[in-house]
Design a protein around this ligand. Structure first.
Ligand code: FES
Length: 583
């Protein structure tokens, strides 16, 4: 567990919470009085580390619905370790129910986490989440606050099966939807699937954004080693939650805050795991934002460099054909990291203050089909990567794709553009029999980026036109300034920066322009002359809606572009905010 060697132990008077509780003042009297109002005796909280459990539990997020119960396990262990646990509810950002997109609210939860920790007498935090944006948001907030913090991942849901077929959340929903659209399954089948596909509490059971981000958090060192792989419904999950409670108390007594252990090497380890997992493209945005909060410079190029070396080893949907529960039984993330040893910085430590070499010392792989070796990757580097970064006159500041989940024959492609300005236009026209589209066409959706949508929704997996689906076409080149669900697959080029709404070149492309993609060369261009582009730019006017009030207005005014992490400009690394004044 926690390794306290080489760390100085702090005293009670060093605890942040003592500023609220210890003084002989009328304010501190009120703080002690109001705590006792809740039925606690003085000796139950005075002089103890106060552990804030930031809980994203919500009945609008099936992925997090068990976190109230898990918080009880954390509390039990915090009490036993001599701490005082307090649960603080926070925005859930459950991926499926939140509209228009949870990405619009990632920064909201990051702000809420930071401010909840700052405004209260909290000495250390247990961060409870897991559904896509909740992981980066909680970590971004905790990093900005820089107090000891441990991440307790919600855990993936159990494996699903329907009539003998594996069903992975997200990945198979899309597959069955396409089958329904062309009559390959019936409406009755579709309704039956609705009740059968998601078998238990927990996050998506594929290597979607949730498991990508919780695994990255694990590989960086924000969790107990291997915690991200434990299924939500497994009895070892509450056991892990309790160990988080015990560990955070140790972390507080040794002031083990992120700025004392987190280095760029931790992030590079996270990126190595990301690539070997065939993780979600969304991670490219979140990693940059998280590193920035820790005042660590991280770029798309850093990720691209790792992606060119580390092949996909985890045989998990959507790059492979197994589910998260299989991954856990095969040995989980630590078994994968053991196989990645040549790429890892083994001396990095995490929340336990133990080095990566310790985490993986006893790790073993129990299923070589699920966790492959470097000599037997799921997808060789020559065929596809978890992340390919593209540049060119369509995306001067970069675009990304998951080439490991694309049709290999499309990775070098030239075809005419069909441009959609809005998702509404896309829905209305995509299945129109009159749409002049062939399998070589390049479908483009714009004004779907951070500012344009706003919030950069997961619209980037544009549907294949029905008439092509009927001809057996299952993949096409698709380009957008939006994102794609980590559970989805296809030749989808995403995160085009700068986005169309701020005048990026994507705004200038027209239906019929020839688009040239070369993933091996890392290029994406429209074959349109500079003079013509200049004329189009002179005539360009933004078409996206601009919000005058609400959180959307704040978001549009301050969000950075995808290659910068989509954080708010005023929340990025900068001067530390002073502690609240208590008079
Ligand atoms: Fe929550 Fe997929 S919807 S993890």
């Amino acid at each position: 567990m926690f390794d306290a060697s080489h760390l100085r132990k702090v005293g009670v008077s060093d605890l942040r919470s003592q500023r609220w509780y210890a003084p002989d003042t009328i304010r501190a009297f009120a703080h002690r009085q109001r705590t006792q109002q809740m039925g606690l005796n003085r000796e139950e909280f005075l002089g103890k580390p106060v552990i804030g459990i930031i809980n994203t539990w919500s009945e609008m997020s099936a992925c997090h619905v068990h976190l109230r119960e898990r918080a009880e396990a954390v509390k039990r262990a915090v009490w036993a370790a001599g701490g005082y646990p307090v649960e603080l509810p926070a925005l859930s950002v459950g991926e499926v129910m939140v509209k228009p997109t949870t990405m619009l609210y990632r920064n909201f939860l990051a702000m809420e986490t930071e401010e909840l920790l700052r405004q209260h007498p909290i000495d250390g935090a247990v961060l409870m989440g897991g559904c896509d944006k909740s992981t980066p948001a909680l970590l971004m907030g905790a990093l900005s606050m820089d107090i000891p913090a441990i991440f307790c991942p919600a855990g993936p849901m159990s494996s699903g099966k329907w009539r003998g077929h594996i069903t992975g959340a997200g990945t198979h929903t899309k597959k069955f939807w396409d089958q329904l659209r062309v009559g390959a399954i019936t409406q009755h089948d579709w309704v039956e699937l609705e009740g059968a596909m998601t078998r238990s509490i927990g996050t998506c059971n594929t290597m979607g954004t949730a498991s990508t981000m919780t695994s990255i958090a694990d590989a960086i060192g924000f969790t107990l080693p291997g915690a991200s792989s434990i299924p939500a419904a497994d009895s070892r999950h509450p056991q892990m939650a309790a160990l988080c409670g015990k560990t955070i108390v140790d972390m507080v007594w040794h002031d083990h805050r992120p700025s004392k252990w987190l280095e760029k090497g931790n992030f590079l380890n996270g990126i190595v795991a990301y690539m070997a997992l065939g993780g979600s493209t969304n991670a490219a945005i979140h990693l940059i934002a998280m590193a920035n909060r820790a005042k660590i410079a991280l770029t798309l190029e850093d990720m691209e460099a790792v992606a060119r070396e580390v092949p996909v080893l985890a045989n998990l949907f959507p790059s492979g054909d197994r589910l998260m529960e299989d991954f856990y039984f095969a040995g989980g993330l630590m078994a994968l990291m053991k196989k990645l040893e040549p790429f890892l910085r083994l001396d990095m430590v995490g929340v336990t203050n133990r080095p990566v070499s310790d985490w993986i010392e006893n790790a073993a792989c129990f299923d070589e089909d699920v966790i492959r070796g470097l000599n037997n990757p799921v997808i060789p580097l020559s065929t596809g990567r978890a992340l390919a970064v593209l540049r060119g006159n369509l995306c001067p500041n970069g675009a990304v794709m998951k080439s490991s989940a694309a049709q290999p024959s499309l990775l070098k492609h030239r075809g005419p553009a069909i441009v959609f300005d809005t998702p509404q236009e896309l829905s209305e026209r995509i299945d129109d029999p009159a749409l002049e589209v062939t399998r070589d066409s390049v479908l483009i959706l714009r004004n779907a980026g951070p500012v344009g949508a706003p919030g950069m929704p997961e619209w980037g997996n544009l549907p294949i036109p029905k008439k092509l689906l009927k001809d057996g076409v299952t993949d096409m080149v698709r380009i957008s300034d939006s994102r794609m669900s980590g559970t989805h697959y296809g030749t989808c080029i995403l995160h085009v920066a700068p986005e169309a709404a701020v005048g990026g070149p994507l705004a200038l492309v027209r239906t019929g322009d020839i688009i040239e993609l070369d993933v091996a060369a890392g290029t994406l261009n429209m074959l349109v002359g500079d003079e013509e582009l200049a004329a189009r730019r002179a005539a360009w006017k933004p078409v996206h809606r601009t919000y005058g009030r609400s959180f959307a207005a704040l978001y549009q005014q301050h969000v950075t572009q995808a290659d910068q992490g989509c954080d708010f400009d005023f929340l990025q690394a900068g001067e530390a905010v002073p502690e609240p004044h208590i008079y």
